[in-house]
Design a protein around this ligand. Sequence first.
Ligand code: PLP
Length: 386
Amino acid sequence: MNIESRLAQIGSQSDPQTGAVSFPIYQSTAFRHPKLGQSTGFDYARTKSPTRSVLEAAAADLENGDAGFACSSGMAALTTIFALFGHGDHLIVSLDLYGGTYRLLERILSRYGITASYVDTNDLDELEACCTGATKAVLIETPTNPLMMITDLAKVADWAKRKGLITIVDNTLLTPFLQRPIELGADIVIHSATKYLAGHNDVLAGLIVTKGQELSEQMAILHNSLGAVLGPQDSWLLMRGLKTLALRMERHQSNSLRIAQWLKEHPAVEEVYHPGLPHHPGYDVQQRQASGNTGIFSFRMKDARTVEPILRHLELIAFAESLGGVESLLTYPAVQTHADIPEEIRRKVGVDDRLLRFSVGIEHVDDLIADLGAAIEAALQEVKGA
Ligand SMILES: *Cc1c(COP(=O)(O)O)cnc(C)c1O
């Protein structure tokens, strides 16, 4: 069945007792046992909980994996995955990485003796050069955020397989509607479901999907042991959001491409980073491995002095930190999402004081262009007058 139909039907046929089309929220943490040695399949809600189980099965199905795990946030999902590793282990991760993942690796996991190298994961020579006997996994974001760098997933997963490494893909920006890393050879997919999957800037959640029995069993133990699981109310909200994922992603991507094309021609803008623009270095790989583009892109202003007034003059678009919701948000990565990344690394990847990231919502595209256009005009007037 097509993914649009599977999304819309999440949980709709999972409650045969009542026929509830919207799967119920099971708030219970304890489950009665019929007798000694028997269980309904549910014992204690941290281990397994009915509403969360329906969501987890849907996640595994959508990503074409074997098991799904719902966590209390994207960071909780990453923490659970990183618990696969131990003292002395080394990871290779995308250079232009989500700031929170960088902080988790550098501030927390380093204390447990887990180290990471930050490389351009699309460069096999670089991957080869930093791979040692201690390397256990490669963690890829594609596209990266905010610079939208694309990694050829099949190529890297194939390399990792030959090296005996686990391939982990953070698929937050594209969602399984547009890209399914497991089909391209990845072993684990992680999502900040807070973003597109939930989609409404109102629920914090993370998802893990694993491929293969051994990895799925290991992850079940870690998920239950660390306990950073998603509650029943948020599991339900996330399923509700997922039902409209296909429609939302179609609008997010058409809006974002239109605005990126418009900004590309704007005289105050130096560069636009959008993998759907043919001049983007990752354009061909992106066309091949994904069925569309995310609603996120970044652009660099020519003059750093315009940034502050642009953010102040926006009326429809919110100046806020996050992405993937129906409401449009503009983020200033250097001071918000990427503040924890040292300036030298930030500079190296191009997250400077002229870069803005746009999470394009599902509003009418003409209204978004009018709002951003007016804010840029007002900023240019202020800078000229100063
Ligand atoms: C937001 C985000 C995370 C962290 O997820 P939370 O739900 O905020 O904990 C991880 N990876 C990416 C790519 C993200 O955008």
